[in-house]
Design a protein around this ligand. Structure first.
Ligand code: CS2
Length: 486
């Protein structure tokens, strides 16, 4: 397939560039062998890009299903599945057309999902369904009483209707594969969770087990849950990005995706029915994913969450802006020191990784909104702040920098008008309490064991308000048109 065209720079003349959409539509498409749940920007900047770069890409087409809304599927189908990846470096942009998504489908079309997962040629199901969608409670098991899960279980149990949760849809489709006798398959979790293959296994097993013990047993034997650590900063696409692609490439793309040039994918687990040669694009297949996963979740995602909460309290809008505020920068460095003390030295090259992160976060051409990262904090903090706090305390230290991330989240939960969280009602209820009662109630939503520890509760309580004062130099903070801060 020659679906990749690189355009050297945004400054190139549009007239000199190919009208590639029409030419590429005529390309033969790869057969569907991968089904993806969660057709969003990240899937398109990451797994779809890796699949296109694989040496055997011609054998591996992706059928990608949207989540709650059909819009992205409709827009992508309009373009024959093609879209432009804009790699945005601090020195300029480059443009690549990605053609590995051969079918874009509304997630509500569970019939098509079941058909494709049941097809013998399908070997891999990848997931980017958000951390919160795995629905595991504090005990690490699927919370079958959560409203959406309970509704889907009742619906599937009665044998009809369209499940609304990605888990419900996946379990239904795996049932179709069992019924078709199509054999083993790999499910690859690409959400930012610790041990994410095991999390996906637990969530799918909990769902299937509540429905049909036979299906749960089939899944246990036939589905390989692969753990992965995924990385590529991918902010939301804006209208300006769409206009830029049109100007630079000479065609209209309604669904371009913007990402940093850096990308990484570390995988661990079996692929019983095969997989693309993602290593050709730099993916790393390892026996033990834990060190890589902790490095990424703590250093990158942890710093992101810290900046998202501290930065917004200080009146900043993007990661790059927040990082240039000395107070936020210091908080990040202190958190990194704590995290680094709990990561194996040597092979992981933590000092270089930290330096690279500073450069990646400072890329001011990537407008990565803090409000986007701040979402679903109660779930994210469990893998970004809690393990570092626990490890620090187990080592006899305070864990104050990890605690500061949690306290900033609590401050934001009261200060921001838009605070999206799967536990939003419980967060609101906790915010009606005062002093340590409030701190304890909010902490219980993140980690009940820590919430039972008085010394941790007092530590977090003592850190509240740390980011109260907007920096006097920040024009943004003084701008009354800002709507996302109270
Ligand atoms: C971010 C991640 O929104 C968030 O929570 O921390 O999406 C982050 O940008 C990616 O994991 C980078 O690989």
């Amino acid at each position: 397939m020659s679906t990749e065209l690189r355009v050297p720079s945004a400054a190139a003349s549009a007239a000199a560039l190919p009208q590639l959409d029409r030419a590429l539509r005529a390309e033969p498409k790869a057969p569907v062998r991968i089904v993806h749940l969660g057709l969003g920007a990240f899937h398109r900047s990451h797994q779809a890009w890796y699949t296109q770069q694989a040496g055997d890409a011609a054998e591996w087409g992706i059928a990608a299903f949207t989540g709650r809304r059909p819009d992205a599927a409709a827009a992508l189908a309009e373009q024959g599945g093609l879209y432009t990846l804009v790699e945005r470096a601090d020195t300029g942009d480059s443009f690549t057309v990605v053609g590995s998504i051969v079918e874009a489908v509304d997630g509500a079309d569970v019939q098509r999902l079941a058909e494709l997962v049941a097809a013998p040629g399908t070997a891999v199901v990848t997931l980017t369904i958000t951390e919160a969608a795995y629905g595991l409670g504090a005990d690490g098991r699927l919370d079958t009483a959560a409203p959406e899960v309970a509704t889907d279980l009742a619906l599937l149990g009665s044998g009809g209707g369209t499940p609304a949760t990605p888990l419900g849809r996946l379990v239904l489709a795996l049932g179709a594969r069992r019924d078709a006798g199509s054999g083993p398959i790999a499910v690859v979790c690409c959400d930012n969770l610790s041990n994410n293959g095991a999390v996906a296994r637990q969530a799918v097993a909990g769902f299937a087990g509540a429905l049909d013990a036979g299906l749960a047993a089939w899944i246990d034997v036939n589905v390989s849950f692969v753990s992965t650590s995924v990385d590529r900063i991918t902010p939301r696409t804006t209208d300006e990005d769409i206009a830029e692609v049109q100007g630079a490439c000479g065609y209209r793309d309604n669904l371009p995706v913007v990402a940093e040039p850096f990308s990484s994918w570390v995988l661990s687990g079996g692929f019983p029915a095969g997989r693309p040669r993602w290593e050709d694009a730099g993916a790393l297949v390892v026996a033990d994913i834990k060190p890589y996963e902790n490095r990424k979740l703590w250093l990158l995602n942890g710093a992101h969450s810290l900046l998202a909460y501290a930065g917004q309290l200080r009146g900043h809008r993007t990661v790059a802006e927040a990082l240039s505020d000395p107070l936020c920068r210091q908080a990040v460095e202190s958190f990194w020191d704590e995290a680094e003390a709990n990561l194996p030295a040597g092979e992981l090259q933590i000092p270089a990784y930290r330096a690279a992160l500073l450069a990646r976060f400072s890329n001011a051409r990537i407008a990565h909104n803090l409000s986007q990262i701040a979402m679903d904090g109660s779930t994210k903090l469990r893998v970004r702040a809690v393990p570092v706090l626990q490890a620090e305390r187990a080592a006899g230290r305070s864990g104050a920098a990890a605690a500061l991330m949690i306290s900033a989240w609590m401050d934001c939960s009261a200060a921001l008008t838009e605070f999206q969280d799967p536990l939003a009602d419980a967060v609101d209820a906790a915010n009606l309490l005062t002093d340590t009662n409030r701190t304890r109630a909010l902490l219980a939503l993140v980690d009940p064991i820590l919430a039972a520890n008085d010394s941790v509760v007092h530590l977090i309580r003592s850190l509240q308000g740390s980011f109260d004062k907007p920096p006097s130099t920040s024009a943004e903070a003084l701008d009354p048109s800002r709507k996302d801060l109270q």
